[in-house]
Design a protein around this ligand. Sequence first.
Ligand code: PNS
Length: 159
Amino acid sequence: MPKIAIYPGSFDPITNGHLDIIKRTQGLFDKVIVAVNNNPLKTFLFTAGERVEMIKELFSVSKGIEVESFQGLLVQYAKEKGVRFVIRGLRALSDFEYEFQMDLMNRKLNPDIQTIYLMTDQRYSYLSSGIIKEIVKLGGNAEGLIPDLVKEKLLEKFT
Ligand code: PNS
Protein backbone atom coordinates (compact mmCIF):
# COMPACT_ATOMS: atom_id res chain seq x y z
CA MET A 1 0.00 0.00 0.00
CA PRO A 2 1.56 3.37 -0.94
CA LYS A 3 1.86 5.85 1.91
CA ILE A 4 -0.14 8.94 0.98
CA ALA A 5 -0.63 12.20 2.87
CA ILE A 6 -2.69 15.30 2.32
CA TYR A 7 -1.10 18.70 2.88
CA PRO A 8 -4.05 21.10 3.11
CA GLY A 9 -3.97 24.87 3.24
CA SER A 10 -5.10 28.12 1.74
CA PHE A 11 -1.81 28.70 -0.11
CA ASP A 12 -2.90 32.25 -0.98
CA PRO A 13 -0.18 32.30 -2.23
CA ILE A 14 2.24 29.45 -1.60
CA THR A 15 5.47 30.59 0.10
CA ASN A 16 8.94 29.09 0.45
CA GLY A 17 7.86 27.96 3.93
CA HIS A 18 5.12 25.79 2.39
CA LEU A 19 7.49 24.54 -0.30
CA ASP A 20 10.01 23.52 2.34
CA ILE A 21 7.35 21.49 4.17
CA ILE A 22 6.26 19.78 0.92
CA LYS A 23 9.84 18.89 0.03
CA ARG A 24 10.42 17.44 3.49
CA THR A 25 7.29 15.27 3.28
CA GLN A 26 8.53 13.77 0.03
CA GLY A 27 10.96 11.50 1.83
CA LEU A 28 8.27 10.38 4.26
CA PHE A 29 5.39 9.54 1.92
CA ASP A 30 5.11 7.97 -1.53
CA LYS A 31 2.63 10.62 -2.56
CA VAL A 32 1.59 13.98 -1.14
CA ILE A 33 -1.62 15.60 -2.23
CA VAL A 34 -1.38 19.36 -1.86
CA ALA A 35 -5.00 20.27 -1.19
CA VAL A 36 -5.88 23.88 -1.87
CA ASN A 37 -8.81 24.98 0.22
CA ASN A 38 -11.62 26.62 -1.70
CA ASN A 39 -13.93 27.80 1.05
CA PRO A 40 -16.65 29.99 -0.49
CA LEU A 41 -16.99 31.86 2.83
CA LYS A 42 -13.37 33.02 2.72
CA THR A 43 -11.96 35.79 0.55
CA PHE A 44 -8.81 34.87 -1.31
CA LEU A 45 -6.55 37.02 -3.48
CA PHE A 46 -6.05 34.17 -5.95
CA THR A 47 -8.82 31.89 -7.19
CA ALA A 48 -8.53 28.22 -6.28
CA GLY A 49 -7.64 27.53 -9.93
CA GLU A 50 -4.84 30.09 -9.87
CA ARG A 51 -3.45 28.71 -6.60
CA VAL A 52 -3.52 25.15 -7.92
CA GLU A 53 -1.86 26.15 -11.20
CA MET A 54 0.94 28.02 -9.41
CA ILE A 55 1.77 25.02 -7.23
CA LYS A 56 1.55 22.62 -10.19
CA GLU A 57 3.97 24.78 -12.13
CA LEU A 58 6.42 24.83 -9.21
CA PHE A 59 6.34 21.02 -8.93
CA SER A 60 6.09 20.19 -12.63
CA VAL A 61 9.16 17.97 -12.55
CA SER A 62 8.58 16.42 -9.14
CA LYS A 63 7.24 12.93 -8.78
CA GLY A 64 4.82 12.03 -6.02
CA ILE A 65 3.14 15.43 -5.77
CA GLU A 66 -0.47 15.94 -6.73
CA VAL A 67 -2.23 19.27 -6.48
CA GLU A 68 -5.96 19.84 -6.38
CA SER A 69 -8.54 22.02 -4.69
CA PHE A 70 -11.14 20.90 -2.20
CA GLN A 71 -14.32 22.29 -0.71
CA GLY A 72 -16.08 21.27 2.48
CA LEU A 73 -14.63 19.41 5.43
CA LEU A 74 -11.04 18.28 5.30
CA VAL A 75 -11.88 14.97 7.00
CA GLN A 76 -14.57 14.29 4.39
CA TYR A 77 -12.15 15.06 1.58
CA ALA A 78 -9.51 12.78 3.16
CA LYS A 79 -12.06 9.98 3.46
CA GLU A 80 -13.05 10.33 -0.18
CA LYS A 81 -9.37 10.11 -1.13
CA GLY A 82 -8.83 7.12 1.17
CA VAL A 83 -6.04 9.01 2.97
CA ARG A 84 -5.45 8.85 6.74
CA PHE A 85 -2.55 11.25 7.13
CA VAL A 86 -2.65 15.02 7.11
CA ILE A 87 0.46 17.18 7.20
CA ARG A 88 0.60 20.62 8.76
CA GLY A 89 3.54 22.93 9.30
CA LEU A 90 4.07 24.66 12.64
CA ARG A 91 5.77 28.01 12.88
CA ALA A 92 5.67 29.97 16.09
CA LEU A 93 4.02 29.03 19.34
CA SER A 94 1.06 31.08 18.13
CA ASP A 95 0.19 28.40 15.57
CA PHE A 96 -0.20 25.81 18.28
CA GLU A 97 -3.60 26.80 19.63
CA TYR A 98 -5.23 26.98 16.21
CA GLU A 99 -3.67 23.69 15.11
CA PHE A 100 -4.58 21.99 18.37
CA GLN A 101 -8.22 23.07 18.01
CA MET A 102 -8.34 21.88 14.39
CA ASP A 103 -6.76 18.56 15.26
CA LEU A 104 -9.16 17.91 18.13
CA MET A 105 -12.13 18.80 15.95
CA ASN A 106 -10.92 16.77 13.00
CA ARG A 107 -10.32 13.74 15.19
CA LYS A 108 -13.77 14.13 16.75
CA LEU A 109 -15.24 14.14 13.25
CA ASN A 110 -13.10 11.24 12.10
CA PRO A 111 -10.82 9.50 14.64
CA ASP A 112 -9.07 7.56 11.86
CA ILE A 113 -7.36 10.65 10.54
CA GLN A 114 -4.02 11.58 12.06
CA THR A 115 -2.32 14.92 11.58
CA ILE A 116 1.46 15.02 11.52
CA TYR A 117 3.22 18.31 12.25
CA LEU A 118 6.51 19.44 10.82
CA MET A 119 8.29 22.36 12.44
CA THR A 120 9.07 25.15 10.05
CA ASP A 121 12.61 25.78 9.00
CA GLN A 122 13.85 28.77 11.00
CA ARG A 123 14.38 30.73 7.76
CA TYR A 124 10.60 30.79 7.34
CA SER A 125 9.39 30.91 10.93
CA TYR A 126 8.11 34.49 10.62
CA LEU A 127 6.60 33.98 7.18
CA SER A 128 2.93 33.89 6.24
CA SER A 129 0.99 34.31 3.01
CA GLY A 130 -0.72 37.34 4.53
CA ILE A 131 2.51 39.15 5.35
CA ILE A 132 3.94 38.33 1.91
CA LYS A 133 0.92 39.90 0.20
CA GLU A 134 1.41 43.04 2.23
CA ILE A 135 5.17 43.25 1.58
CA VAL A 136 4.83 42.79 -2.19
CA LYS A 137 1.85 45.14 -2.41
CA LEU A 138 3.79 47.85 -0.61
CA GLY A 139 6.90 47.39 -2.74
CA GLY A 140 9.02 45.52 -0.19
CA ASN A 141 11.65 42.93 -0.97
CA ALA A 142 10.41 39.34 -0.61
CA GLU A 143 13.64 37.82 -1.93
CA GLY A 144 14.16 34.26 -0.69
CA LEU A 145 10.67 34.06 0.79
CA ILE A 146 8.58 33.25 -2.29
CA PRO A 147 9.42 31.70 -5.66
CA ASP A 148 9.87 34.12 -8.58
CA LEU A 149 6.70 32.76 -10.17
CA VAL A 150 4.66 33.74 -7.11
CA LYS A 151 6.26 37.19 -7.05
CA GLU A 152 5.26 37.70 -10.70
CA LYS A 153 1.69 36.59 -10.05
CA LEU A 154 1.44 38.89 -7.03
CA LEU A 155 2.76 41.85 -9.00
CA GLU A 156 0.17 41.12 -11.73
CA LYS A 157 -2.57 41.28 -9.10
CA PHE A 158 -1.30 44.50 -7.58
CA THR A 159 -0.63 46.50 -10.76
O1 PNS B 1 -3.49 27.56 5.30
P1 PNS B 1 -4.60 27.59 6.32
O2 PNS B 1 -5.58 28.71 6.00
O3 PNS B 1 -4.10 27.65 7.73
O4 PNS B 1 -5.39 26.19 6.15
C1 PNS B 1 -6.53 25.91 6.94
C2 PNS B 1 -7.28 24.67 6.41
C3 PNS B 1 -7.63 24.86 4.95
C4 PNS B 1 -6.42 23.45 6.57
C5 PNS B 1 -8.56 24.52 7.28
O5 PNS B 1 -9.25 25.73 7.31
C6 PNS B 1 -9.48 23.43 6.76
O6 PNS B 1 -9.21 22.26 6.92
N1 PNS B 1 -10.59 23.83 6.11
C7 PNS B 1 -11.55 22.92 5.56
C8 PNS B 1 -12.86 22.99 6.34
C9 PNS B 1 -12.79 22.16 7.60
O7 PNS B 1 -12.55 20.96 7.58
N2 PNS B 1 -12.96 22.85 8.74
C10 PNS B 1 -12.91 22.22 10.05
C11 PNS B 1 -11.48 22.19 10.54
S1 PNS B 1 -11.50 21.97 12.24
